[in-house]
Ligand binder design. Structure first.
Ligand code: WQD
Length: 337
C-alpha cells in the first residue's frame, strides 16, 4: 500500500511517516523544505530501517502536482500536513497563508479526485472551535470564526473538503489536533522550530537548555484555577498513530460518512504553570519564568472530549504530560549536543 504524506519532513509529518513505515506501508514524502530539512530522512531511516521515497515539491505549483500524480498513479491514500502553521505570522501575512494552505489543498484535491482510491486525511486543528462554550470540547461544538488567518485556513480547508467529497469519489477524515508536543522516544526526530519558538513547549526546553533567558508566561489573570491558560497537550507519537488508524479506517471502507471528524487530544487540560512544573519534574531543573500580559488572540481553555476517537476510531492517547515533556527535553538535549 503506497501512501503519500505531504509535509512529511515536518514535525507531525515525520512522526507519522515513522508509524506508517512501522505498519508496513510504502511511503512517498512530498515536502518543499520551507520549514524542514532532508536531514529528517536520516532520523526516519534510523528508527524504521526504511527510507521513504522523497520528492522536493511545492504544492502551490499546480503543474508539479499534476506531474507528481502522473508519475505516481498508484497512491492508495494521502495524509496532508503541508501547510504554514505559525499563528502569529499568519496575522501579519494572511495572503501567504491563504495561498499556501488553500491553493495547495485545492491542487491536491483536484488530482486526488482523478485517482481510483481517493482516501484523504486532513491535518486540522482545535483552533476551529475558537473559545468553545463547553469543556471538554466535542466534535459537535460549533465551528467559530478562528482568531487567526492560520485557523481560518483550517476552517476553510474543512469546508472545501466537505464540498469536494460530496461531488467526487474522495473519502476524508478531518483530524482536529489539540496541542502536539514531545518527540519520538529515540530522539532521532522531533520538533525543529526555526528562530524564536512561538509554542510553549519548545520555548520551555530551549530555556531549560539555556538558549533563552526566561519563559514569558502570557498572563496569569485568566478565569482558571491558577490563572494561566489551559490546553490539551498530546504526545506527537500518539497523534501520529491516530493518523495511521484513521487511514486504515478509510482503506478498509469502515467510514460511515464521506467525511468524518475526530478530535485528537488526551482529554485532560493542563495549565501553563502545570506544564512548567512538569518540565521541572522531568528535567530536575528550575525553569526561570516571568508573568507578562496576555498574548493577543489566546483563548482561555481548550481540551478535548475524546469519546468519539476512543469509541469509533478505536484510538486513545497513551502518553502522560510528563512523558511527553521528558521526550521533548531529551530531544532538546540531543540536538544541542
Ligand atoms: C500554549 C499556551 C500561551 C508560549 C497554537 C495553534 C494550534 C497549534 C498549536 C499549529 C498558551 C502559552 C506560549 C510562550 C506562553 N498550532 N505560552 N508563553 O496557542 O494553544 O495553539 O499552537 O498547529 O493550532 O493555535 O499553543 O504553544 O503557542 O501556547 O505563556 O512563550 O502557552 O499563552 O496559553 P496554542 P502555544
Amino acid at each position: 500500500m503506497k501512501i503519500l504524506v505531504t509535509g512529511g519532513l515536518g514535525f507531525i509529518g515525520s512522526h507519522t511517516v515513522v508509524e506508517l513505515q512501522n505498519e508496513g506501508f510504502d511511503v512517498v514524502v512530498i515536502d518543499n523544505l520551507s520549514n524542514s530539512s532532508e536531514e529528517v530522512l536520516k532520523g526516519i531511516v534510523t528508527i524504521t530501517g526504511k527510507m521513504p521515497l522523497f520528492e522536493q515539491l511545492d504544492l502551490r505549483e499546480k503543474k508539479s502536482v499534476e506531474d507528481f500524480f502522473k508519475r505516481h498513479n498508484d497512491i492508495n491514500g494521502v495524509i496532508h500536513f503541508a501547510a504554514s502553521k505559525a499563528v502569529g505570522e499568519s496575522v501579519g501575512n494572511p495572503l501567504l497563508y491563504y495561498e499556501n494552505n488553500i491553493a495547495s489543498l485545492i491542487f491536491l484535491l483536484q488530482e486526488l479526485s482523478k485517482q481510483d482510491k481517493a482516501n484523504f486525511i486532513f491535518s486540522s486543528s482545535c483552533t476551529v472551535y475558537g473559545q468553545a462554550e463547553e469543556m471538554p470540547i466535542t466534535e459537535d461544538a460549533p465551528v467559530q470564526q478562528p482568531m487567526s488567518p492560520y485557523g481560518n485556513t483550517k476552517k476553510i480547508g474543512e469546508e472545501i473538503i466537505n464540498d469536494v467529497a460530496k461531488a467526487t469519489n474522495i473519502n476524508a477524515i478531518l483530524l482536529r489536533y489539540f496541542n502536539p508536543i514531545g518527540s519520538h522516544p529515540s530522539a532521532e526526530i522531533g520538533e525543529l522550530p526555526i528562530g524564536v519558538p512561538q509554542n510553549l513547549v519548545p520555548f520551555i526546553t530551549q530555556t531549560g537548555f539555556g538558549l533563552r533567558e526566561e519563559l514569558a508566561v502570557f498572563g496569569d489573570d485568566y478565569p482558571t484555577p491558577d490563572g494561566t491558560c489551559i490546553r490539551d497537550y498530546i504526545h506527537v507519537v500518539d497523534l501520529a498513530k491516530a493518523h495511521v488508524i484513521a487511514l486504515q479506517r478509510l482503506l478498509n471502507k469502515k467510514n460511515t460518512e464521506k467525511v468524518e471528524t475526530f478530535n485528537l487530544g488526551t482529554g485532560t487540560g493542563s495549565s501553563v504553570l502545570e506544564v512548567i512544573r512538569s518540565f521541572e519534574k522531568v528535567s530536575g531543573k528550575k525553569l526561570p519564568y516571568k508573568i507578562v500580559p496576555r498574548r493577543e488572540g489566546d483563548i482561555t481553555e481548550a481540551y478535548a472530549n475524546t469519546d468519539k476517537a476512543n469509541n469509533i476510531l478505536g484510538w486513545k492517547a497513551q502518553s502522560s504530560l510528563d512523558e511527553a515533556m521528558e521526550s521533548a527535553w531529551k530531544w532538546e538535549q540531543k540536538i544541542r549536543s
